[in-house]
Every structure is written in structure tokens, then in C-alpha cells.
Design a protein around this ligand. Structure first.
Ligand code: PSU
Ligand code: MN
Length: 305
């Protein structure tokens, strides 16, 4: 019924029914499909993620902007469309919503806009790969992802594999602390760095079960504390990459990005693609596996909530 009250929102029948029945639902983003991975691996991964969520007892809700509606619960055809269109779809953050929606356009939702769609629909848990954060050199560029502000304001729990060291992880943690976002490590004290299980930085709290995580988030909501929670889930050991190898390639990608003068919203997609090319697809394999791992944990947290 919520979708009838909000003219910007379109919730699929399956997701709406699950929410009305009080069944667990996990939101998924679409920028990871259009801008985060190449076709056809992106579509294949997105479909597998939905399957994993179902196998773990929850209903998947892939979010995107389609024909001017914030769509919660994309069909396989819509996922295929976004994956094929790739970079030609507008990467949509919070600031993009008014114009895209009023013009009836399409857009791929980032962590920010997926959280917005999830919250509007009444979904509390969202699983993805990595979040945006404070970029290296932000002290001069001021490039800080809107994802951090959204985590501070919108009541959705986000499961990720930490953040890539294309970002300044220390400054990202400082920003989250300032904005009051709890950073939880699932079965770890250390902030995972996406491709690797460790980063040298500590999370705020280690929690070892989906139930403990659900309890903490439920308590946050019950107390009326604004904003979400960040759950960081290390990549499974068998898929984690050699820290020195990935560091070298990330450094090279960041240097090339600067040399080319790439800035703003193009930065993250450029770096993701460059790292994939530099590692000959090894990083893509790791990326896919950590997303599956986060989908599993997201479904279990949603079930516990
Ligand atoms: N980091 C990743 N993979 C991704 C993204 C980030 O490892 O796909 C995407 C997410 O959609 C995230 C967005 O919300 O990039 C952040 O973009 P920006 O840094 O421009 O805010
Ligand atoms: Mn940015």
C-alpha cells in the first residue's frame, strides 16, 4: 500500500506481499550491476545474489530507477536491461533523484539511493559489495561519497565487505564516527578492505551472530536514533587476494585516474574497471564471491530482525 501513497515509488507485488506478511526482505543496489561489473557477469551475479537470498529464507528486492519511478523489486528483464545498458545508465545518487524522477528517466541506484528506496518501502536490510567513502586526497578534492551521509540519516542496515583502499579508510572511519554510524565487524575486530580480510583499522564492535547484529539494530530503531548501521563482512578466506598484489594495482589505478583528471561521480566506476583490467579479472572473481557472502549474511540478519 505504501507505493500508492508515494508517487515516486513502485514496489513489486512480490516484495509488497512479503512486507505485508512480515517476511524478511533484503534490498540490493543496481549501480553494482551497471557500473560495478562488466556484462554479462554483472547480470549473472545479480541473478545469483537474488537466488542466494531466497535460499537463505528472504525475499530479494533489487532497487533501480525505471521510467521515473524508484522501483523496489526489479524483474529479471529489468536487471538484464540495466546490465546491458551498463555505463549508459545514469549513476543516481540523492542529488540526481528530483530531475531523473520528474523527467521519467532511468537510473542505477548507488548505496545512497538504494537506502532511500528501501526505507520508503519499509525494508530494513540491504546487502552489497562495497560502499563509497572518503576518497584519498579528499582534503583537497572534498570527494566524499553521499553514502556516508545517507548511513547517518536513513534507517537501513547495510552489509558490505568493508571499503576498497581506493578510499582513505582511516578518514572514512572518522567521518562515520562523526556522523554517529556504528561500524560492526561480523566475526572480526578488523575493518575488512573488500579484497582482503584485513586493513590495519579496527571496527567499533565485533558481533558474532546475525541475531546479535539484529538486536543492536532493533535497539537503535527502538530508541529513535536516526540513521543506519554498517556491517562489514570479510571476504571468505579462500577468495581473498594477496594484500601486496592488490595494493600495487589499486595504487596504479588511483595514479592513472589522477593523471587522466577523472573526477566526481566518474571516479569510482573508473577505478573499479581499471582494477579489474589490471588484475586480469582476478579482482572481479573476488568481487563476485564477496557479494554472495554478503547476500547470505544479509538474508540471515533480515530473518533475525
Ligand atoms: N564500491 C564498490 N563497488 C561499487 C560501488 C562502490 O566496491 O559498485 C558503487 C556503489 O553503488 C556506491 C557507489 O554507492 O559506487 C559510490 O560512488 P561514489 O564514490 O561516487 O559516491
Ligand atoms: Mn564522489
Amino acid at each position: 500500500m505504501k507505493n500508492m501513497l508515494n508517487p515516486c515509488l513502485s514496489v513489486s507485488a512480490g516484495v509488497q506481499q512479503a512486507l505485508e506478511d512480515g517476511r524478511p526482505v533484503v534490498a540490493l543496489e543496481s549501480t553494482i550491476i551497471s557500473h560495478g561489473m562488466p556484462y554479462p557477469q554483472n547480470v549473472e551475479t545479480a541473478m545469483n545474489v537474488e537466488k542466494i537470498i531466497r535460499e537463505n529464507g528472504a525475499v530479494p528486492a533489487t532497487v533501480a530507477i525505471l521510467g521515473g519511478k524508484l522501483t523496489v523489486g526489479c524483474s529479471p528483464e529489468q536487471i538484464e536491461y540495466l546490465g546491458k545498458k551498463g555505463l549508459a545508465v545514469t549513476k543516481a545518487s540523492r542529488r540526481d533523484l528530483p530531475v531523473l524522477l520528474s523527467r521519467g528517466e532511468d537510473g542505477a541506484t548507488t548505496v545512497t539511493t538504494t537506502m532511500i528506496g528501501a526505507a520508503m518501502a519499509g525494508i530494513r536490510v540491504f546487502a552489497t559489495g562495497g560502499i563509497g567513502g572518503v576518497h584519498r586526497g579528499a582534503e583537497t578534492t572534498m570527494d566524499i561519497s553521499a553514502d556516508l551521509e545517507e548511513l547517518a540519516e536513513t534507517p537501513v542496515l547495510v552489509v558490505c565487505a568493508g571499503a576498497k583502499s581506493i578510499l582513505d579508510l582511516g578518514l572514512t572511519l572518522e567521518y562515520l564516527e562523526t556522523r554517529g554510524v556504528p561500524v560492526i565487524g561480523y566475526q572480526t575486530e578488523e575493518l575488512p578492505a573488500f579484497y582482503t580480510r584485513t586493513s590495519g583499522f579496527r571496527v567499533d564492535y565485533r558481533l558474532d551472530t546475525p541475531e546479535e547484529i539484529a538486536d543492536a539494530f532493533r535497539t537503535k530503531l527502538a530508541c529513535g536514533l536516526r540513521g543506519g548501521m554498517l556491517v562489514t563482512n570479510p571476504i571468505p578466506e579462500e577468495y581473498s587476494m594477496d594484500p601486496e598484489y592488490i595494493r600495487k594495482n589499486i595504487d596504479e589505478a588511483v595514479a592513472e585516474c589522477e593523471r587522466l583528471g577523472i573526477r566526481g561521480k566518474r571516479t569510482t566506476p573508473y577505478l573499479l574497471d581499471k582494477i579489474q583490467k589490471l588484475t586480469g579479472g582476478d579482482s572481479l572473481k573476488a568481487n563476485i564471491q564477496l557479494v554472495y557472502n554478503n547476500a547470505r549474511l544479509g538474508a540471515r540478519i533480515a530473518a533475525a530482525l
